[in-house]
Design a protein around this ligand. Structure first.
Ligand SMILES: [Cu+2]
Length: 196
């Protein structure tokens, strides 16, 4: 079979010619056949493969870098978050340990400053716009602190401190719950974040 008459470019003519006269006729679509009989086609195929790999690598690399930068940014507390509150999980309650000099404003409007810090069970009090760091730990089994409305979710693991931070820009009461099944009283392990 002679070369195909076409107004397309050289590569297309080479391809059609090679495939029709050798590959399809012999029913052998192998690397050896294509390389020995259709060098033009092979070189074009390799160029497309290399280009595809390069484009894919650049796109995936870009996504990876952007995701990495955002993950680090999300995990990094703002400079104003100088105070660290310890969140301690036990079966089946939370305690929030405030550092020395903490100032807490309660819902009735009273503000108290605790020179030696204070510990409060099941209630975490914050002021609107107050950024604090949280150190989360468990004293018995694995728990997990979850504040659905704020998208905060962090495990409380015995012997291991997990870090996160929180800043709420809207006053209100937000439910704190444990999302790790920790025993028969798991469902009672409810706390409240009160933002004044
Ligand atoms: Cu729990």
């Amino acid at each position: 079979m002679g070369p195909v008459q076409s107004d397309t470019h050289d590569w297309d003519r080479g391809w059609n010619s090679c495939v029709r006269s050798h590959v399809l006729r012999d029913y052998q679509i192998s690397r050896e056949t294509t390389e020995s009989r259709c060098p033009l086609m092979v070189s074009r195929t390799h160029a497309i493969e290399i280009l595809s790999i390069l484009i894919t690598s650049v796109v995936l690399g870009y996504i990876g870098v952007v995701a990495g930068i955002n993950l680090v940014a999300i995990d990094t507390p703002p400079p104003s978050a100088t105070e660290t509150i310890k969140v301690i999980a036990r079966t089946f309650y939370w305690t929030f340990q405030y550092p020395n000099g903490s100032s807490i404003t309660y819902p009735n409007g009273t503000t108290i400053t605790y020179a030696n810090g204070t510990t409060i069970q099941n209630y975490l009090y914050l002021k609107t716009g107050q950024a604090v760091q949280l150190e989360v730990v468990s004293l018995d089994v694995a728990h997990s602190l979850f504040i659905y409305e704020l998208g905060i979710h962090i495990d409380a693991i015995p012997g291991h401190i997990n870090h996160t931070w929180i800043e709420v820009d809207k006053p209100g009461t937000y439910r704190i719950e444990c999302t790790q099944f920790c025993g028969t009283g798991h469902y009672t392990m409810i706390g409240k974040l009160v933002v004044t």
